[in-house]
Ligand binder design. Structure first.
Ligand SMILES: Cc1cc2nc3c(=O)[nH]c(=O)nc-3n(C[C@H](O)[C@H](O)[C@H](O)COP(=O)(O)OP(=O)(O)OC[C@H]3O[C@@H](n4cnc5c(N)ncnc54)[C@H](O)[C@@H]3O)c2cc1C
Length: 401
C-alpha cells in the first residue's frame, strides 16, 4: 500500500460556512489543517440582487467571525442590523423584544451566505490554508493509532490526526465513521424569497406563529424599489407543494394574497421580488458528537427547525468549541485524542440540547389546532411580553451560539 499523498494534524471535510470557519479557526490556533470539498464560483455582488440564502447571525457568531478576521471583510451595505423582534401568536398575542431591553446594541445581523463565504475564503487564503478541491469518498483508521486516512473521489488520500465532518446534513464522513443519527422529518417545507415592502422594516424581524406554519420576515437592505425583507416561511408540506406547483404569475399572486392575510398590513403591501426556493425541514442529531479521530460540526452534527434562525449559529458555536478544545490541548495530546474530543463534546452538549428542545417544542406547541392549547400559547406569549426579566433572558439566550 502506498502512503497518502499528504498528511495534516486536521482535515476539515466540507466547504460550507461551518467548514470554512472551522479550518480558519484551527489554522489560527497553529493547527496544521487542510480543507477538502468543492469550491463553487461565488457570484460577484450586484446592486439590488441578493442571495436567496440569508442568515440571522447572532452577536456571539459575529464576534467569532470578527476574531477570525472574516467579519471585517463582509461589506456593511449588504448587511442589516436587527434591533427588535415582533412575534405574533395565532390569536392576536404579541411579544415585542428590543435589544436595549437586555442592554445590547442589537439582536442579530442579517447577511447573505455568499458574502460570508467570500469573506471566509479570503481569510483562509491570507492564512495559506491548503484547499483540496475534491470530495470525500471513504475512511480508514490505522489500527492502534488515532490516525485517520481519507480517500478522495479522485483517488488521492489524505492522512490526519483529526478529521472534521462539516459536510452537511447528509454527511458522507459521518456515515463512513459509523456515527448514529436520530432523524425526524417535519411535515413542512421552508419557503424562502425576497420581498418588496411598502413600509420600512425599521430594523425589526417579524414572526407570525400560525397553525399551518411559521412566517418570518427578516429586514434586508433597501433596493431601488424601496424597503426589502427576506421571507422564511415554514409551511405545511402539502400547502407548500401546491403553491410551488402553480405557474407564474399565479404563484406570486397567491403568495402575496396569503402574506397580506397573515401580516395584516404590518409592512404594507408585500410583493415578491425573487424566485421562490423550498427546503425540506428536519430535526436531526448525531451521537456522539466526536469519536476516534473524527469530530462532527454544523449540519453534519445537528439540524434544527429554522424557526429560531439558529442552525448556522449552532454550527459556529461548534467551531469555537472545537478550536478551543484542540488549540488548548496538552502538548503531548494529538488533535484527535479521545480526551480532547470529549472536552469538545461536553462544551457543546447543553447548548445543542437546549436549542433542539426549544425549536422542536415551539414547533409542536403551534402545530396543534386545539382551542385550549391555542388559548394557552397565546396567553403565554402575551404574559412573556409583560415580564422584563423573561424578555432579557430570551434575548441573551438568542445572542449566544
Ligand atoms: C429555510 C432555512 C432558513 C435558515 N435560516 C437560518 C438563519 O437565519 N440563521 C442560522 O443560523 N441558520 C439558518 N438556517 C440553517 C443553516 O442554513 C444551516 O445550519 C447551515 O447552512 C449549515 O452549514 P454547514 O456548513 O454546516 O452545512 P452546508 O452548508 O450544508 O455545507 C456542507 C458542505 O459540505 C460539502 N460536501 C458534501 N458532501 C461532501 C463530500 N463528500 N466531500 C466534501 N465535501 C462535501 C458541500 O458541498 C457543502 O459545501 C436555515 C436553514 C433553512 C433550511
Amino acid at each position: 500500500m502506498t502512503s497518502p499523498s499528504t498528511s495534516f494534524d486536521a482535515v476539515v471535510v466540507g466547504t460550507g460556512i461551518a467548514g470554512l470557519a472551522a479550518a480558519l479557526a484551527l489554522a489560527r490556533r497553529q493547527v496544521r489543517v487542510a480543507l477538502l470539498g468543492p469550491r463553487a464560483e461565488l457570484p460577484a455582488a450586484v446592486a439590488d440582487r441578493y442571495d436567496p440564502r440569508v442568515y440571522a447571525i447572532s452577536p456571539a457568531s459575529r464576534q467569532l467571525l470578527a476574531d477570525l478576521g472574516a467579519w471585517g471583510a463582509v461589506p456593511p451595505p449588504r448587511t442589516t442590523t436587527v434591533e427588535a423582534m415582533d412575534v405574533y401568536g395565532d390569536l392576536g398575542a404579541r411579544l415585542q423584544l428590543q435589544a436595549w431591553q437586555a442592554g445590547q446594541a442589537d439582536l442579530a445581523t442579517i447577511v447573505e451566505s455568499t458574502e460570508l463565504e467570500r469573506a471566509l475564503r479570503n481569510a483562509l487564503q491570507v492564512f495559506g490554508v491548503p484547499w483540496h478541491v475534491g470530495r470525500f469518498a471513504g475512511l480508514t483508521r490505522r489500527a492502534g493509532a488515532n490516525d485517520v486516512e481519507l480517500l478522495l473521489d479522485d483517488g488521492e488520500r489524505m492522512a490526519c490526526r483529526l478529521a472534521v465532518a462539516a459536510d452537511g446534513a447528509q454527511s458522507p464522513l459521518r456515515h463512513a465513521a459509523g456515527f448514529t443519527t436520530h432523524q425526524r422529518d417535519y411535515p413542512a417545507t421552508g419557503l424562502v424569497a425576497h420581498l418588496n415592502a411598502e413600509l420600512p422594516h425599521q430594523g425589526s424581524a417579524l414572526q407570525w406563529f400560525m397553525p399551518d406554519g411559521v412566517l418570518a420576515l427578516l429586514p434586508m437592505p433597501a433596493t431601488a424599489a424601496g424597503p426589502q425583507v427576506s421571507m422564511v416561511w415554514s409551511l405545511k408540506r402539502d400547502q407548500a407543494d401546491a403553491l410551488r406547483a402553480l405557474p407564474e404569475p399565479d404563484r406570486s399572486q397567491t403568495l402575496e394574497t396569503r402574506l397580506a392575510e397573515i401580516t395584516q398590513g404590518r409592512l404594507g403591501h408585500l410583493t415578491v421580488r425573487s424566485s421562490l426556493h423550498g427546503f425540506d425541514l428536519q430535526l436531526q442529531q448525531a451521537t456522539p458528537l466526536a469519536m476516534r479521530g473524527v469530530a462532527l460540526l454544523g449540519d453534519a452534527a445537528h439540524v434544527v427547525h429554522p424557526l429560531a434562525g439558529q442552525g448556522l449559529n449552532l454550527g459556529l458555536g461548534d467551531v469555537a468549541a472545537l478550536a478551543q478544545a484542540v488549540g488548548e490541548r496538552e502538548s503531548w495530546r494529538q488533535p484527535g485524542d479521545d480526551r480532547v474530543l470529549r472536552r469538545y463534546q461536553r462544551a457543546r452538549a447543553e447548548s445543542l440540547a437546549a436549542m433542539r428542545l426549544a425549536t422542536d417544542g415551539l414547533y409542536h406547541l403551534f402545530d396543534v389546532p386545539l382551542p385550549p392549547l391555542a388559548w394557552l400559547r397565546n396567553t403565554g406569549l402575551q404574559w412573556l411580553n409583560h415580564v422584563p426579566l423573561a424578555k432579557r433572558l430570551l434575548i441573551r439566550q438568542a445572542s449566544l451560539f
